[in-house]
Design a protein. Structure first.
Ligand code: ATP
Length: 507
């Protein structure tokens, strides 16, 4: 066997109250796509940050091509041939593609020359991208290509990708996979983190499974069933969400001609949205990212005011009602971006509980904050949603992505909303926790709440929605019953073929 590209030996990293990586050892061969699997908080991000020089291990060592490798910072990791595409892109909207790529390079060539190099890489790796386009106008998939091309210009030997497909359409996933296969054929190794096990099976050559910071298994994803992998990750058996279809009740939310200009540069305007939502129903809203999902959520949450007559809650006009007032009457929202929008990173979970649960959980009385109650509420969310953290006093930023997501969604669900709007509710959440969140949303609807689930994940939407509608360029198509909806029809709806809906037949 040839020498591995990267050998990890006994890597250990502890944070206060938790050992994120415990004696992790495995090898990444040259030219292989190696999956790193594990439930939320298993230690995947900590491990790849160690390889990329962002985290220093307490113990253990790494060898790259046989030589000692201990990057003290990302620059050193990059110099050794490691590149990383993060889950959250760090791009400037107002600059063009070439300018953004230049900003991330140690020694960028003149812009004209760089644009030419971008065109070449873009062509040879099948990643369509025009270097002169403004980044703010790009789709999430195109933004990711900017990051990937920036990495490829470094000619990496190891490319690390952290959940790269969560923002991509199925077509974009295919394009990305073709590129990754081409890189593999050229001998580049890829370390790939994802919770989407079917994608891992389609792409990866081998997988290392982490549980509570330790390596608990290895497998060949091509010959291992997704369910088996998921069960190895959690060390338990999984259940699929179930629901009894209840009759839906009165109309609780009515949107009439809801229109609003884009709230920010490069945002999407909402255009003439009509909708009736009934108590007890789950409405799934799909669409390619950037088609008005955030704006619709903001119009509903009250972060964006709308003209009179466009939004009614149980018959009452609420277009000008602010966030807190809407929360008080039972209209709750959990936005997509957990760090910074749904939760304040430097605040503890107790403080974060105070931020949104104040009005409904009686956490503020006569102007005084009731910290004991807030802590109790945060602990209830932690326990009910199995949020892995040392305690409610922990800062939000110290939680793994998936665990913070469980906290953010749980915090809203336990407030017994009348209407709950969630945007990407299981983003970055492992299979077991995703099933728990979906089940909790279904239970909420069964108890009579109306739930709007905005998501990029069509499987998720089909699994839990009563009706499905698509957002396209700020317009919402007419909702259709989710049951029996075929992929072709969904594709048409996502593409904005609104006037074709009658032709597809109403059921
Ligand atoms: N900066 C930090 N301070 C304190 N604890 C941390 C820090 N970073 C990570 N942790 C803890 O280390 C553990 C491993 O987290 P890590 O982010 O590596 O998990 P993960 O497998 O990437 O999870 P996810 O799939 O949810 O992103 C978690 O318990 C997390 O709370």
């Amino acid at each position: 066997m040839s020498e591995p590209l990267l050998k990890l030996d006994g890597l250990t990293k502890a944070y206060p109250g938790v050992v994120a990586n415990a004696d992790v050892s495995f090898e990444i061969a040259k030219g292989e796509v190696h999956a790193l699997l594990g439930e939320n908080g298993a230690g995947k991000s900590t491990l790849v940050k160690t390889i990329y020089g962002l985290v220093q291990p307490d113990r253990g060592e790494m060898r790259m091509n046989g030589a000692a490798f201990a990057p003290a910072e990302p620059r050193a990791a990059r110099a050794a041939g490691v590149a990383m595409v993060f889950q959250h892109f760090s791009l400037f909207d107002a600059l063009n593609v070439a300018e953004n790529v230049a900003l991330g390079m140690e020694n960028p060539p003149p812009l004209g020359q760089l644009a030419q190099q971008i065109r070449e890489v873009s062509r040879s790796y099948g990643l369509p991208l025009d270097p002169s386009r403004t980044v703010g106008d790009l789709s999430a998939g195109e933004r990711q290509r900017v990051e990937i091309i920036r990495c490829l210009l470094q000619e990496p030997r190891l490319l690390i990708m952290d959940e790269p497909t969560s923002v991509l359409t199925p077509q974009e996933v295919e394009i990305l996979f073709e590129t990754l296969r081409k890189l593999r054929a050229e001998g580049v190794s890829i370390l790939y983190i994802s919770h989407k096990l079917e994608e891992i099976r389609a792409l990866c050559d081998t997988a290392t499974i982490l549980r509570q910071g330790r390596v608990v298994g290895k497998c060949d994803p091509k010959t291992t069933a997704a369910r088996d992998m998921a069960e190895q990750m959690v060390g338990a058996t999984l259940s699929t969400p179930s629901r009894s279809l209840g009759a839906t009740g009165e109309v609780v939310l009515e949107l009439k001609g809801l229109s609003a200009p884009a709230p920010r540069a490069f945002g999407t305007a909402l255009r003439d949205i009509d909708l009736e939502l009934r108590a007890g129903e789950v409405l799934g809203i799909g669409g390619v990212a950037g088609n008005g999902q955030d704006e619709l959520a903001m119009a509903l949450s009250g972060e964006m005011a709308t003209a009179p007559g466009m939004i009614r809650f149980k018959g009452r006009e609420i277009g000008r009602l602010g966030v807190t007032a809407r929360r008080r009457i039972g209209l709750l929202c959990a936005p997509e971006e957990r760090m910074g929008h749904a939760a304040v990173p430097d605040m503890s979970l107790t403080e974060n509980a105070m931020l949104t649960a104040g009005p409904r959980e009686d956490l503020v009385r006569h102007g005084f904050l009731r910290w004991g109650r807030a802590k109790g509420y945060a602990e209830k969310v932690i326990e009910t949603f199995d949020v892995r953290t040392p305690g409610a006093g922990t800062a939000a930023r110290a939680l793994s992505g998936g665990n913070l997501q469980k906290f953010v969604i749980g915090r809203e669900i336990l407030q017994r909303p009348e209407i709950l709007v969630v945007n990407q509710p299981t983003w970055g959440v492992d299979a077991m926790a995703a099933a728990t969140i979906r089940q909790a949303l279904l239970d909420l609807a069964e108890r009579g709440a109306a739930v709007i689930v905005i998501s990029q994940d069509l499987d998720e939407l089909m699994e839990i929605s009563d009706r499905f509608a698509a957002l396209n360029a700020g317009r919402l198509g007419a909702p259709r019953p989710a049951e029996g909806l075929g992929l072709h029809e969904i594709g048409m709806m996502l593409g904005g073929a609104h006037d074709m809906e009658p032709a597809l037949g109403e059921s």
